[in-house]
Design a protein around this ligand. Structure first.
Ligand code: GUN
Length: 282
């Protein structure tokens, strides 16, 4: 049987329609959901991502504000900006686009954002709440992956989920969410020995290495479900994932494509989180 292709853009569009309705209800209650993004310096990829976030907000009626700060801003000046947004009742979501310039301490900045407005879900309070299964703002890519798995009715309980990549943004939190859903979770990373031996045992394989074609056909089990978080821009303009899609798709049960897979879900979850915060302001 050919693999089911798990199109994130289909679910993302459906969810964005619901989010738009939620925004209208909030506006009727005189709450105008607003996301403020801080971008520091001139990183072209970051600028593209921020533009995509702004456009997505606009389409569902969320107000978006982008504050562009100079590369040389001091850490204290940046914290002062965040403090103002923490105290501004018209701002529901605060997002500091990463990476930050080297002279700025990322941990200190992320911890300074009011956890209530932390729509990235990166604050230790939100990470901790997520870990113990309490209601929290959950990081967008992991949350988007969980929604995709639910939509495509992927059974998690008791299954062996292998997560390749241990970033704070994707790998670590997605493993935690899978564990909370009763999967048996193995984390792999750049120091893992015999990676292929482990990935071949996965019922569910989540690949978030940021390296094109990390996973080839011989690295997956027949009938597995594969989620590809990769998003590498090639010189010829193509975007590819971390999985060799063409080779792997003939061997698995379900797989996400790149593009149109996990990517559209990430931004949708940012909208979801912003509306979640705005609802808590009622
Ligand atoms: N840079 C790359 N991905 C992300 C993300 O999800 N959030 C933020 N704030 N910065 C990023």
């Amino acid at each position: 049987m050919p693999a089911t292709i798990m199109y994130g853009n289909v679910l993302a569009n459906e969810m964005r329609e619901n989010i738009k309705e939620d925004v209208n209800v909030l506006i009727d209650s005189d709450i105008h959901p607003k996301l403020t993004v801080l971008i520091i310096g001139e990183n072209p990829a970051s600028k593209t991502y921020v533009r995509m976030k702004q456009k997505a907000c606009h389409k569902v009626g969320i107000a978006s504000q982008v504050i562009e700060l100079n590369e040389n801003i001091s850490e204290d000046e940046l914290l002062e900006q965040i403090n103002k947004l923490n105290e501004d009742n018209t701002v529901h979501g605060i997002l500091v686009q990463l990476p930050l310039p080297n002279h700025i301490n990322e941990k200190r900045v992320l911890e300074y954002i009011d956890p209530v407005k932390d729509v990235d879900g990166f604050h230790p309070i939100n990470i901790g709440r997520m870990q113990i299964g309490h209601d929290s703002l959950v990081p967008c890519t992991p949350l988007g992956i969980m929604k995709l798995l639910e939509y495509y009715q992927v059974d998690l309980s008791g299954k062996h989920a292998v997560v390749v990549g241990r970033s704070n943004i994707v790998g670590k939190p997605v493993g935690q969410l899978l564990l909370n859903q009763d999967a048996t979770v193995t984390y792999c990373h750049s120091k893992t020995e015999q990676l292929s031996k482990i990935t071949r045992q996965a019922d569910l394989l989540i690949v978030a290495t940021g390296k094109a074609a990390t996973i080839k056909a011989q690295d997956v089990k027949e009938g597995a479900v594969v989620i590809d978080v990769g998003n590498t821009f090639l010189d010829d303009g193509r975007v590819v994932g971390d999985v060799d899609f063409e080779a792997v798709k003939d061997k698995v049960q379900k797989i996400t494509p790149v593009p149109k897979g996990v990517g559209p879900m990430t931004i949708t979850m940012l909208l979801h989180n912003t509306v979640k915060v705005a609802k808590s302001f009622i």
